[in-house]
Design a protein around this ligand. Sequence first.
Ligand SMILES: [Zn+2]
Length: 139
Amino acid sequence: MFHLHSPSNTVPRNVNPGLVQNISPYLNPAHVLAPPRIWIESLLNGEYSWHFFRLRYKNLLRLRFREAPERFFGLLDASEGERPLYFACHCFSGPCHREVAVDFLEKLREQAPYRNRVALRTAALAANTSTPALLAVGG
Ligand SMILES: [Zn+2]
């Protein structure tokens, strides 16, 4: 599951820093979920409506997913089930691209490419646990 965390919120003390990813284009522009800074600025100065920003950013995420699905799958793996993954941003208030990113990721989680990957992994784990005798003999 994904948690949004911004500087305006109090950081839960028990959160492992390894579970926090900053997806701000100012603080971590190389992150796969960081939009171009200029889009955030266009949103803030009213040049882009939230609706337009959302569509454009979702389209960007789709393109990035096509180019590098593993980067998205890694985020889904890290937040599978009850495992928490926190997204931090530079913003203090207002609509944030993280909401769009989480929505995109949660939809992706339910779709065939990721479901198939999880099914393959589950099958591989099942195959491994059923062959301890072979492993012992082979040693
Ligand atoms: Zn933000």
